[in-house]
Design a protein around this ligand. Structure first.
Ligand code: AMP
Length: 172
């Protein structure tokens, strides 16, 4: 299924110069959404995956659906201040300043085999910080997977050493 035409490009959102990749146009196509989740599921079916980790917030849409489809636990990694119990956190760089992501300290067990899911790989900062949290809990990252990858931003370089997969690539 050709997914790229289902992603709406919104120029200059949320600020000038950004080509925002809007996934709501894919999500409202039930067949496409199901195709994405089913394809992800097939990819990881024989890999003894024990949990799906999703990045705040659109990673929850895909990661949550994938966890449900695979009968696996879903583990949210959230932006700072959203998780209620004891957390560990990690900073990452934004275009202007830094942001922080958190995971509950008891979210994953050492050796647990996980896949990390987000909607989009841009600079890789969000996922690098997410992966660092998952590793610091001792879990094993089988793959980091995105619906969309913006290749010009070279996010893969920031994720060096981790297996990275994406369904759709755009230059920017
Ligand atoms: P990054 O940390 O630079 O890889 O940015 C990835 C995160 O920011 C993802 O959670 C995306 O949802 C969001 N994001 C970054 N750039 C875009 C974009 N051009 N369009 C849509 N979402 C984006």
């Amino acid at each position: 299924m050709d997914l790229a035409p289902l992603i709406r490009n919104v120029p200059d959102f949320p600020k000038p110069g950004i080509q925002f990749k809007d996934i709501t146009t894919l999500l409202k196509n039930a067949r496409a959404f199901q195709y994405v989740i089913d394809t992800w599921k097939c990819r990881y079916l024989e890999q003894n995956i024990q949990a799906i980790v999703g990045a705040d917030a659109r990673g929850f849409i895909f990661g949550g659906a994938l966890a449900y489809a695979m009968h696996l636990p879903f583990i949210p990694v959230r932006k700072r201040g959203k998780l209620p119990a004891k957390t560990i956190n990690g900073n990452f760089e934004l275009e202007y300043g830094v942001d922080s992501v958190e995971i509950h300290v008891d979210a994953l067990a050492p050796g647990q085999r996980v896949v990390l899911i987000d909607d989009l790989l841009a600079t890789g900062g969000t996922m690098a910080a997410t992966a660092a949290l998952v590793k610091s809990l001792g879990a094993e990252i089988v793959e980091v997977s995105f619906l969309i990858e913006l290749t010009a931003l070279k996010g893969r370089e920031k994720l060096a050493g981790l297996p990275v997969h994406s369904f759709i690539t755009f230059e920017e």
